[in-house]
Design a protein around this ligand. Structure first.
Ligand code: GLA
Length: 714
């Protein structure tokens, strides 16, 4: 619910448990008053200061503008035609609208909600419209801004935040989600230090190094209690999320990374920022995450896959089974084995197109290599479907190999700076997706592929960061638009794809999880978490991922041991625990399995199917962090009537797992499958589980795993 009082220019955004307040002061400055537990009364607007010159530096502001007394490091930066750089934005009105406003060309939270539009004006010729959307059910507030040149001369934006939140306190911890290839999104927590600190990307995609999402929390906040504010960008390109601690408190700013960004607005033109998603929770990090999960599932995923009752197919992906080394017969043998193990969908990964026998060639030539697939993709697809499996395929549409027909025909389609060597990463260049003609060329190839046979799943990969960013289609003074136009081009193509093929299950991927963000989730309801399928490493990767993204969007596959990335072994149950808590699939050479070994995999697939709806819709509880002392997590029905509990690590041997969702007074029946043991029909009182915990058996294995299904008795 949004309350706007036009007499004193106060606005309150209420969700079920939170309130966000802002107001214009007597001078027309838009101030941030409050963001915390749901509140009725307004925080007071500070009275005007008797030295107006130093005042802006101390004020909590909703959209701080540079150059006129606010001495924080500006995120919003612009050049007027006369070379001056200051902006003086004052309140000019507000209105409440039902529903959410689509952000042209950008992904955003949608369905339901209410929007507050606040207009700020600079009489020199600048209007900023701040958009706040409120999704009460999941305590989500989103922000975005539309910046318009209302003057008579061009102006250039050098940096535009999606949102800024001023905290009138200095004692907050910052949690960022950092990593590298095969080790994405590891949480890092430390007190916010004085001055500016930031995470971000200049690689054109978020990259493996930092996720575009952070948490600010009280120093005493834990998984189950304490104040937390989560902020996540709905954006898939260069980003910056920055805190600045001054004597006035902490300012959080988030938006497109200013490096490489310059956007000129002719008179009348607008720039729309990506969206920033905000959640406040007083119920600790777990409470915050559950709000984000509900928001993603309820308001971000596309209609077809937002229906969480619709089962996700169990897939087998050919990558770790074959890499580039396969022919049709090998694929069909693999598919038969996958079918016996219980899979629904066979995914042909890299290596299927003209001349692609290693990662050095052929990206951009999206037609079958008939040496491997004599009847083309359509022929393989019909043979796979005849086995009773759906068919899916891998593409990397943004990439081009120097050794490809596409590059030979259109060398100018790759991002490159004239007069400089173009950097190859993984032996490939990146196509200039800021250009409509380049996108159209790829679109023609993609539709030809997708129209050639019933393809029900597409894995869209992107295996490098951008470099040599310069576009032949833009003049010198507009090259600062290329990074963002690239992302807009990517979004346009994925939107076309899901519009034309509404039932297609799209899975995004970027060398594992280098582009795992809310923007991509708008188009694809699952994203490949990481190229690292090692059960132990996955504990941390999926734990970190779960702070913002629900389990049902995390691509997670059961793979072989020793693991191809780490060389480690882990029990079947540990590998299954990691894979079954995401979008489950197999990624190993099942042709090496005997029929009896394949049959042993069936119960896990049956487990996934039996509890699929719960796994997709349930509430995640991170019971023990994967810090070396054992990892455990549960996905429970919101009313606590049933739950799946997963655990992994020897350190948990014989320990009890406290289950906060268990309802005292209700009896629970449990079925525990653990490495080397199976325990049926044990019964516990909910109070016992919630206070003392669920006792785990004592196991003796390198990396044991536990899978437990608990159900309340009537
Ligand atoms: C990336 C992906 C992998 C696989 C390979 C194929 O690394 O993350 O899953 O598809 O590309 O080249």
């Amino acid at each position: 619910m949004i309350a706007y009082d036009p007499t004193n220019h106060t606005c309150a955004l209420h969700t079920a448990h939170t309130t966000y307040q802002l107001a214009a002061d007597a001078d027309g400055r838009l101030l941030h008053l409050y963001y915390g537990p749901r509140a009725g009364a307004f925080r007071t607007v500070p009275p005007p200061h008797n030295d107006p010159g130093c005042w802006p530096d101390l004020l909590p502001q909703e959209w701080p503008a540079p150059g006129l007394g606010d001495n924080h490091t500006p995120f919003f930066a612009l050049d007027w035609a006369d070379g001056s750089r200051a902006a003086d934005l004052r309140f000019a009105g507000a209105e409440v609208c039902s529903g959410t406003e689509p952000l042209p060309g950008l992904p955003s939270f949608h369905t339901g909600g209410e929007t507050l539009r606040v207009t700020l004006q600079d009489p020199r010729g600048l209007t900023v419209t701040l958009l706040y959307a409120v999704f009460e059910d999941c305590d989500l507030i989103t922000r975005a801004a539309v910046v318009q040149n209302t003057g008579t001369t061009p102006l250039t934006l050098q940096g535009v935040p999606s949102g800024v939140v001023d905290f009138g306190r200095k004692d907050l911890d910052l949690i960022t989600f950092d990593g590298a290839w095969a080790g994405e999104r590891t949480p890092f927590r430390a007190p916010v230090r004085p001055g500016v600190q930031s995470v971000g990307s200049v690689g054109g995609i978020p990259t493996h190094a930092h996720n575009p999402a952070v948490v600010l929390c009280a120093p005493d906040a834990t998984e189950t209690s304490g104040e937390c504010w989560g902020a996540a960008l709905v954006y898939s390109g260069n980003f910056r999320i920055q805190t600045e601690r001054t004597t006035a408190g902490i300012r959080l700013s988030a938006g497109i990374e200013p490096y490489g960004f310059a956007w000129t607005l002719a008179p009348g033109e607008c720039f729309v920022t990506p969206e920033l998603a905000l959640v406040y929770s007083s119920r600790g990090l777990g409470g915050m995450s559950r709000c984000f999960h509900n928001a993603v599932r309820g308001h971000l995923l596309r209609a077809r896959w937002q229906d969480l009752t619709a089962a996700r197919p169990v897939l087998l992906n050919s990558w770790e089974a074959c890499y580039f080394d396969f022919n049709e017969e090998k694929l069909l043998t693999l598919a038969r084995a996958a079918k016996t193990a219980g899979a629904d969908l066979f995914v042909l990964d890299d290596g299927w197109f003209r001349g692609r026998n290693s990662d050095t060639t052929s990206l951009g030539d999206w037609a079958a290599d008939t040496a491997k697939l004599p009847d083309g993709v359509a022929g393989l697809c019909s043979k796979i479907r005849a086995l009773g499996l759906e068919f899916g395929i891998w593409v990397e549409p943004e990439a081009v190999s120097p050794d490809s027909d596409l590059f030979r025909a259109h060398p100018d389609w790759a991002l490159q700076i004239p007069g400089r060597d173009t950097l190859e990463i993984r032996h490939q260049y990146t196509l200039d997706f800021s250009r409509a003609d380049v996108r159209e060329g790829i679109w023609q190839q993609l539709t030809e592929l997708l129209d050639s046979c019933p393809i029900s799943y597409l894995k869209w990969d992107m295996n490098r960061s951008l470099a040599n960013v310069w576009s032949a289609a833009l003049p010198a003074d507009r090259q600062g638009e290329v990074y963002h136009r690239y992302v807009l081009g990517l979004y346009e193509l994925q939107q076309r794809l899901v519009d034309r093929y509404p039932d297609l299950l799209l899975e995004n991927c970027a060398g594992g999880g280098a582009r795992f963000d809310l923007g991509m989730l708008y188009y694809s309801s699952q994203i490949w978490c990481s190229d690292n399928t090692d059960a132990l490493d996955r504990l941390m990767i999926q734990y970190g991922t779960s702070f913002f993204y629900p389990p049902c969007v995390m691509g997670a596959h059961y793979s072989t041991v020793p693991n191809h990335t780490t060389g480690r072994t882990a029990s079947v149950e540990a590998r299954m625990a990691a894979a079954l808590s995401g979008t489950f699939g197999f990624e190993l050479d099942l042709t090496r399995y005997t029929p009896a070994q394949l049959a042993e995999l069936r119960p896990f697939v049956d487990f996934y199917r039996a509890h699929g709806a719960l796994l997709r819709t349930g509430s995640l509880y991170r019971l023990c962090p994967p810090d070396g002392s054992g990892a455990a997590w549960a996905i429970a029905a919101p009313d606590g009537s049933e739950a799946v509990v997963f655990a992994s690590d020897r350190a948990l041997d014989g320990r009890c797992l406290v289950l906060p969702f268990a309802v005292p007074g209700k009896m629970y029946r449990a079925h525990i499958r653990a490495t080397g043991q199976e325990l049926q029909n044990h019964r516990w009182d909910g109070e016992e589980l919630a206070v003392h915990g669920l006792p785990l058996p004592d196991l003796r294995a390198d990396l044991p795993g536990y899978l437990c299904y608990l159900q309340q008795e009537d």
